[in-house]
Design a protein around this ligand. Structure first.
Ligand code: M6R
Length: 607
């Protein structure tokens, strides 16, 4: 989310080069844009809300003087996309400008502290604390690189930043922690950017800046140091052999695969939501007479999983409802005591918005969870949380689903704490597990990716699949089935495993593939019974199991293992990932384009 581009040219004007670089990063976000250049020891800035082309038409982004500059294309996380919130942000002196990608978790404390020292803030962003902190350190007499280092030591969260200053007009200062940053080296220029595609048409020599490093670009190239102990780092440029098309997708053949592999990072960002919003949402949920969880498609599956968590952890019964059915099913029951938690990645899904409008007319409280700040949902919600997954290009929702699950888990845990129904020890255990989920997702992707590809080869000709789970894994099963049918066009069935014997089992005949989602939770014993029922009828069983689950391994034809110790309430976040990958590889096996499934749109704005 958010794209950064900067350059120092030997000759010529930086602004048009920055503008073109930002255009190539537009897929990282596009709600506002800005550039800062340095010329004759002065800082020049242009920034505004809107997509790059619109802002350029209004303000001519190429018309800034100087051969050195930085730019930013924004994906709002803190503060709506309007001009003051666009990057670059400056300090009080107007000498130093900063662009930032990431989330400064402790920005509220830092802002308060800086305001007490007399700093005036112009935006609502977390990022603006950075130039003010630098200014404060420079007042103490530190050179910019050290002022920046001291500033970075105060930041909690993630960042990739680039800084220019009239104080040191021939340099760009960059640093990163978790958010990406790369340097491009050419004969006549040096670049910094969030991603390689931004400078690939200009140079194929890239130096990857690693976590915890600060690098200073100058006319000769760049000098890098470790932020922790200030030791110099020497790294030779790598030659990048990607074509521009490959680079857009980071070398992955499809956006969907790129987004599946982005999940560990996305899940980390999702753990950095602003506490105050979650706290407020928790308060509304706590005092609601009844709670409806309203969404469509994948977002509905996130709601379904959430309903199990609210019940198990906070002893709160909620109604997960498919948005297009909401008015018919519950319309008249909604009243001033009802709370609607609407979940929508895009924040623009017509069915979800229609349900929300209905609830608003009946004076219900509307809470929103979305990935797009300033979407309609954020505007009509009493309180909203942004899931911070960054733009998702693939039509099939992947990383945005696991992020939704993570935010909803955070909400359920907060509510559990507030209601005191579950012991503190248990809540702390779950919070700690949630912190480790990004890592577990990474391990899963690394260890099982190839096996899942082989599974897709084995089952490529299957005409239909069953997806079965019990408890919260019913939601995982539904999502696995949606992925497979929407991108590989395989008609499939999903239901709670216990329900299969009430009808669907009649479809089973020898060789019929059935995918079981089997975390080692309270449902484990019963699901073994369901596996036996299917096996007895000749089904081919594929199970997603916990590592070392010998009992299930001995019963099934194929299995995918997930590391031990994922608690049941968090299991959908991890157990769905192999199903996403399976659907992806099945689509490829069947020569379907996973990024562009037929008849579907990323955002469904009609009812
Ligand atoms: O933007 P939303 O979350 O409101 O979108 C809801 C559905 O349209 C969406 O999840 C859809 O089901 C996806 N294609 C699933 O991959």
């Amino acid at each position: 989310m958010c794209g950064i581009f900067g350059c120092i040219l030997k000759n010529g004007n930086a602004a048009p080069i920055i503008h073109a670089g930002l255009k190539r990063l537009e897929y990282r976000g596009y709600d506002s844009v800005g550039e800062a250049t340095i010329h004759e020891n002065k800082l020049f800035i242009k920034k505004d809300e809107g997509q790059i082309d619109d802002v350029h038409t209004r303000r001519n982004l190429d018309n800034l003087p100087g051969r050195i500059g930085i730019g930013h294309t924004r994906w709002a996380t803190h503060g709506a996309p309007y001009q003051a919130n666009a990057h670059p942000h400056t300090d009080c002196t107007g000498q130093t400008a900063v662009v930032h990608n990431g989330v400064v978790e402790n920005f509220m404390e830092l802002r308060r502290e800086l305001e007490e020292l007399g700093h005036i803030f112009k935006s609502k962003t977390d990022s603006e604390v950075i130039p003010h902190l630098i200014e404060e350190k420079m007042k103490e007499g530190l050179p910019l690189s050290e002022a920046l280092r001291e500033t970075l030591n105060r930041l909690e969260g993630s960042y990739a930043i680039a800084v220019v200053s009239a104080e040191e007009p021939n340099k760009i200062f960059c640093a990163r922690k978790e958010s990406p940053l790369v340097v491009g080296v050419a004969e006549d220029a040096v670049y910094c950017a969030s991603d390689i595609p931004a400078f690939l048409p200009l140079t194929n020599k890239a130096i990857i800046i690693k976590n915890g490093e600060l690098t200073v670009l100058n006319d000769k190239g760049c000098e890098t140091r470790k932020i922790a102990d200030w030791t110099p780092v020497s790294r030779e440029p790598e030659i990048i052999s990607w074509t521009s098309k490959m680079a857009e997708k980071h070398g992955y053949p499809h956006f969907m695969l790129k987004e599946i592999y982005e999940q560990p990072l996305g899940l980390k960002d999702t753990l950095r939501l602003q506490e105050s919003y979650l706290e407020l949402m928790t308060a509304f949920l706590d005092r609601a007479g009844e709670v409806f969880l309203v969404a469509c498609g994948t977002s509905y599956h996130a709601c379904l999983a959430a309903s199990y968590r609210f019940s198990k952890l906070a002893f709160l019964a909620t109604h997960p409802i498919i948005a297009s059915e909401f008015v018919e099913q519950h319309g008249r029951a909604v009243n001033i005591d009802s709370t609607i938690l609407a979940v929508s990645q895009s924040g623009e899904t017509a069915d979800t918005l229609a349900a929300v409008e209905h609830a608003r007319l009946r004076a219900a409280t509307v809470l929103g969870l979305t990935n797009v700040i300033d979407s309609t949902l954020t505007r009509i919600s009493r309180v909203y949380a942004c899931q911070q997954s960054g733009p998702e290009v693939g039509v099939a929702a992947t990383k945005t689903f696991t992020s939704q699950l993570s935010v909803l888990a955070q909400l359920a845990l907060r509510l559990a704490k507030k209601r005191g129904k579950v012991s503190h020890v248990e809540i702390e255990r779950l919070e700690e597990k949630l912190e480790h989920i990004p890592e577990i997702a990474g391990t899963m992707l690394q260890s099982q990716g190839e096996k899942i590809k082989q599974l897709a080869k084995k089952y490529r000709d299957a005409k239909c699949f069953f997806f079965l789970g019990r408890g919260i894994s019913s939601a995982t099963a539904l999502e696995g089935r949606l992925k497979l049918l929407e991108i590989a066009y395989i008609p499939s069935i999903a239901c709670p495993a216990g329900e299969s014997k009430h009808g669907p089992i009649s479809l089973i005949e020898p060789g019929f593939p059935v995918i079981f989602i089997c975390p080692k939770d309270e449902t484990h014993k019963t699901i073994i019974g369901n596996i036996m029922e299917m096996k007895a009828r000749g089904a081919s069983i594929i199970a997603i199991i916990e590592e070392g689950d010998e009992k299930i391994k001995s019963l099934v034809d194929d299995y995918i293992e997930i590391v031990k110790g994922v608690p049941d309430v968090l299991s959908p976040i991890i157990y769905v990932i192999p199903l996403q990958l399976f659907a992806y590889h099945m689509a490829l096996e069947r020569k379907c384009d996973p990024d562009k499934p037929r008849n579907l749109a990323k955002s469904v704005t009609v009812k």
